[in-house]
Design a protein. Structure first.
Length: 260
């Protein structure tokens, strides 16, 4: 964001783009010293009014603003819990006839039907979708739009975890991916937040070719943040015929196992 974007006049040439600390503070209606303390983490309890003012200065959208506000709100630490997929959802995987799986807030695959695994071998219990997308070359090859997609996935991962930054599994996974991938380090350092909602996605399958799919992510009630993810295609389309071909020999769902 540049001074001209917020109506500030600038004299001379600046060596670096963006707003200066004093300008951010002025626009937010706070002192430069207080803003510096916030930047340096010396003040960890800003009021919602201050955070909302900063969100307006930086033109954050509703999701990013909500995330910013959540960082200053004390919440009880989540107790470790064993992820259990509801029985009804597992039965649904048996009969839905579409690639479908259940993922946790940390993007662990908790349950999947065989059609989902036929779509991608990494969609199976015990795998982590973010790890697979970052580290597995075969998984990346399935997605012709991988480079565009992965930024949104990392932002969605941060959004999904929210303020649970002290979760040891989160620290372990982020550490693993940061050591293995320079791209992940850059994306994680951006602190982008955005839900990974349903939408169109393309997959280049080695057996049935290019697929134009819609992805739906449906929250499962009283599950601690689990999502039911379903891929489907327009009726009568080439992709629908390819899915039928891909699914012809499969019927039984894979059962849940503990994530790696």
């Amino acid at each position: 964001m540049n001074p001209a974007d917020v109506g500030l006049r600038v004299a001379g040439v600046r060596r670096t783009p963006g707003l200066r600390r004093e300008e951010v503070a002025t626009l937010a209606g706070i002192s430069a010293d207080y803003y510096l303390r916030l930047e340096q983490g010396r003040d960890r309890n800003p009021s919602p009014q201050v955070l909302e003012a900063l969100a307006r200065v930086f033109a954050l959208d509703a999701t990013a603003t909500e995330y910013l506000l959540s960082l200053s709100t004390a919440r009880p630490r989540r107790r470790p819990r064993r992820e259990v997929v509801p029985v009804g959802v597992r039965l649904l995987l048996d009969v839905i006839g579409l690639p479908a799986f259940v993922e946790s807030r940390m993007f662990d695959v908790l349950a999947a039907n065989e059609l989902a695994t036929a779509l991608s071998p990494r969609i199976r219990p015990g795998e982590n979708r973010l790890r697979s997308m970052i580290l597995d070359a075969d998984e990346q090859d399935l997605h012709p739009d991988w480079e565009r997609f992965i930024g949104g996935m990392v932002a969605a991962f941060r959004t999904s975890l929210g303020t649970d930054v002290d979760d040891p599994r989160l620290a372990q996974l982020v550490g693993e991916l940061s050591l293995a991938s320079e791209l992940f380090r850059r994306l994680w350092a951006r602190h982008d937040v955005k839900p990974l909602a349903g939408g169109l996605t393309r997959m280049r399958h080695p057996e049935v070719g290019m697929l134009e799919l819609r992805r739906e992510k449906l929250p499962i009630a009283d599950s601690g943040g689990q999502l039911l993810v379903i891929y489907h295609a327009e009726r009568g389309s080439e992709t629908a015929r390819s899915l039928a071909l891909l699914g012809s020999p499969v019927s039984e769902p894979l059962r849940m196992s503990s994530p790696r």
